[in-house]
Write a protein that binds this ligand. Sequence first.
Ligand code: ADP
Ligand code: ZN
Ligand code: MG
Length: 476
Amino acid sequence: MSKQYETVIGLEVHVELASKTKIFCGCSTAFGGAPNTHTCPVCTGMPGSLPVLNKQVVEYAVAVGLATNCTINQNCKFDRKNYFYPDNPQNYQISQLYQPVCINGGVEITTEAGKKTVRIHEIHMEEDAGKLVHDDWEDCSLVDFNRSGVPLIEIVSEPDMRSAEEVIAYLEKLRQTIQYLGASDCKLNEGSMRADVNLSVREAGSETFGTRTETKNLNSFKAIARAIEAERERQIDLLESGEAVIQETRRWDDTKEYSYAMRSKEDAQDYRYFPDPDLVPIIISDEWIAKIKENQPEFREQKMLRYKEEYDLPDYDIDQITQSKKMADIFEAAVAICNNPKKVSNWLMVETMRLLKEHDMEPEDLSFSPENLAKLISLTDSKAINSNVAKEVFEKIFEEDIDPERYVEEHGLKAVNDEGELRSVVERVIAANPKSVEDYHNGKTKAIGFLVGQTMKEMKGKANPGMINDLLKELL
Ligand code: ADP
Ligand code: ZN
Ligand code: MG
């Protein structure tokens, strides 16, 4: 390949909003639930039923728009997007085409190359569709309308991204912002955040965009990165062999690491959009916007500055802890109890991160209470348990949120800090290992490590290593 190519990417990101009820009816939005139990005539598209807009949905959409530097469209309305599909009982989706709630925003992302702004074309509100379940056993398809009418916002970016790294940074930024707002939990694996990747390639230096494809069904950041690489290569191969890229929607299969054409790209006109006659325009007053602004939380950037001032932590720690609101909340609550920011930070950055990875979980899934972490820190501070035992107990806190004081008591994990008892064990270990003692006296200082280990073994891991060391030095 002789030519250099540049990748051009724009994203359409759907986010399920955290409102308790659906966008146009009072049904629950809870995930799970037996099929078709969170339904009513409105969200199953019964003739004659009428939608009533959920005010909370507008508030979340405006809050996300403000946090991503958008202009709020103070006079917005809903449109019908007409199409047939069995998971869409009305034969249209209520969405926004002409007057979306937020326009012309952007967020700043940071990558290896530095800072850059990704512009947001618009954010619009819409309703989710139901879910088809294909039952191969019975050779039929079933439909569950529990998700039908769950509120979504769709965040449409400009084609400003040039690599998978920028795409991930942009998505992380959106996710962080929306999680900080509490507007959604943004879980890619559960579908509460879904990103469709529009991608084209062009020769480096070219001013015009190439023909793009849209790739769907991406359930993780890793899948997104893989799909981008694969689609970039597929398009370059086509161009290199003199063929044209066809504008189409493709579906990614992450296990096969391959995408296939799903349908040719449809235009807005294919959907015969028209204003929904059942819903009145939404007037978003200055006062309402001001109120939503007033209720915005402390975002990550502000939080980072405050942590620096208030807790005097290294920048690295602050960067790690504030990446998720959930983790930052645990941090603040635990520090409020034990007043030891650096120790809390260490537990979060090292063991918590390790266990999250091991369990394939995200920080938002953390469920242990800050009180229990604070108690664990007190137990180590007072030398009631040693650091190995502390790690073991922390795993239990992480997994089951156990009370560490009670757990240590019940499992007899208290460190033995009684010098008399420890001294007699050390004496026994010295007597039983004359070779190591001799090595030690011949200048092999490492031999003491072996003796510490032997003593610890005798004490079933419950001794204080510093104390063993001191005793050994004294007795040798
Ligand atoms: P449509 O009206 O067909 O949905 P849009 O212009 O609204 O198309 O763009 C949809 C998404 O595709 C946006 O995120 C946009 O940034 C992106 N996009 C548009 N053109 C290109 C292109 N040539 N290459 C990559 N992405 C593109
Ligand atoms: Zn309903
Ligand atoms: Mg569009």
